[in-house]
Design a binder for this molecule. Structure first.
Ligand code: FAD
Ligand code: UDP
Length: 394
């Protein structure tokens, strides 16, 4: 092995560390991934028959208000002016999502002003007035009142998480804005867009450095040149795989949600007229349908076919891709135990979504990797500072 640093996982967290270490410090970096490609869950490819770019692990929308991250990502790709907008199909009627004045007025068959709608929702959320809800159920009712919660959130969340919303943390629902105007943009961030020539071109440019060696189809826990037993103690390791896997599940399995995506190519130009349609009713097994052509209206895609993906959600079993941390109170106590174990590991830093057991959007993963580079990796390689994990670094 001819490397100064080994990065386990080539998602945005690992690639950002590798790119910075290789470019700014001139280090030789080996980036391992057990998959056949780099880019982690942001990986995309063009569907064979239609040439339409599909995001292989679920739709990925880039958005950030972090100026440092925005400047950094623009070194590798330009972005389109795409703005994400979602619709939701409830009891045979389509509403704008996230919940805004359009959703509220359509749902109540009304023409309320912003202040009238606020007053109505405050009345409907009255049962939780003055409380500080910590779980998704109560937080949801407090935000939008019980009728809207039961129509658009309760069953969707149930299908997505298969966990009682009372056992889910409130912050999951706090990600969704609620607006008392007709703005139905999904995100509030200052910058938003999709990579002009696709995610994979962006990702490949990050790894395009003679100091970076990409080692695919290689699991850190297998034997071999880049396996754990060969690498640990030889060079520092940045580990972005699941934290419980690293410690051989010593403190128990953390629970994850995975998704199954059913792809279909249809011989029509447009299936649903928008990129994402949610299905919040319990009778429909899938949670949403993605139609990928709509992510790039600026591209000259075929008019003879379209690609859709139905998204189903379930608990991850061993062997499934762990996608979203479920983060019940039981998980949180296991995570504290894993953080203690991580603190004891010499010259191994844990990062990224899987390594910290935190839901991280792409800009958050990139931002936290830039911080880890500044605060730990650079001081270690330039000034000899000890490479110590604060437990699990987010
Ligand atoms: P990952 O992308 O998960 O990369 C980790 C890599 O480590 C993987 O490639 C994996 O194969 C590899 N690995 C794991 N274990 C090992 C091992 N033992 N040996 C070798 N390699 C290993 N973010 C947004 O900003 N917008 C979105 O719209 C969005 N949508 C998402 C939808 C889904 C379904 C999911 C799951 C995530 C979404 N995200 C979105 C989050 C985004 O994917 C992550 O923020 C980003 O990928 C973070 O990257 P990461 O490097 O932490 O992890
Ligand atoms: N959510 C919902 N109904 C919707 C959209 C979202 O109940 O139509 C809830 C659900 O609990 C989800 C959370 O809001 O997990 C956050 O939504 P987001 O779209 O950010 O979820 P993701 O894209 O990460 O799956």
């Amino acid at each position: 092995m001819n490397a100064d640093l080994v990065v386990v996982g080539s998602g945005f967290f690992g690639l950002t560390i590798a790119e910075r270490a290789a470019t700014e410090l001139g280090l030789k970096v080996a980036v391992l991934d057990r998959r056949h490609h780099i880019g982690g869950n942001a990986y995309s490819e063009n569907e064979e028959k239609t040439g339409i770019e599909v995001h292989r692990y679920g739709a990925h929308l880039f958005h950030t208000s972090n100026e440092r991250v925005w400047e950094y990502v623009n070194r590798f790709t330009k972005f389109t002016n795409y703005q994400h907008k979602v619709y939701t199909s409830h009891k045979g009627e389509v509403y704008p999502m996230p919940i805004n004045l359009g959703t509220i007025n359509q749902f109540f068959r009304a023409a309320m002003s912003p202040s009238e709608a606020r007053q109505l929702i405050a009345e409907q959320a009255g049962e939780l007035a003055g409380t500080d809800p910590q779980n998704l159920n109560d937080k949801g009712i407090q935000l939008i009142g019980r009728p809207l919660y039961e129509a658009f959130i309760k069953h969707y969340t149930g299908k997505q998480w298969q966990t009682d919303p009372k056992d889910l943390p409130a912050e999951i629902i706090s990600r969704l804005p609620v607006r008392y105007n007709y703005d139905n943009r999904y995100f509030n961030d200052a910058h938003e867009g999709l990579p002009v020539d696709g995610y994979t071109a962006w990702i490949e440019r990050m790894a395009d450095n003679p100091n970076i060696e990409v080692v695919l189809n290689t699991d850190f826990f297998d034997d071999g040149e880049f396996g754990r037993s060969s690498v640990l103690g030889q060079v520092p390791v940045i580990y972005t795989g699941p934290v419980d896997r690293y410690f051989d599940y010593a403190e128990g399995d953390l629970s994850w949600r995975t998704i199954d995506l059913e792809e279909e190519v249809l011989p029509i130009e447009d299936f649903q007229g928008c990129p994402v349609m949610n299905y919040p009713d319990p009778e429909t097994a899938f949670t949403r349908i993605h139609e990928f052509r709509h992510f790039h209206p600026e591209r000259d895609y075929t008019k003879d076919a379209t690609v859709i993906m139905r998204e189903f959600s379930r608990f991850a079993e061993k062997g499934d891709e762990p996608y979203y941390p479920v983060n019940t109170s039981d998980d949180r106590s296991k995570l504290l135990a894993y953080r203690d174990l991580a603190r004891g590991e010499k010259s191994v830093l844990f990062g990224g979504r899987l390594g910290t057991y935190k839901y991280l959007d792409m800009h958050m993963a990139i931002g936290s990797a830039l911080s880890m580079f500044d605060n730990k990796i650079k001081p270690h390689f330039t000034g000899g500072a000890k490479l110590e994990s604060g437990g699990v670094d987010a």
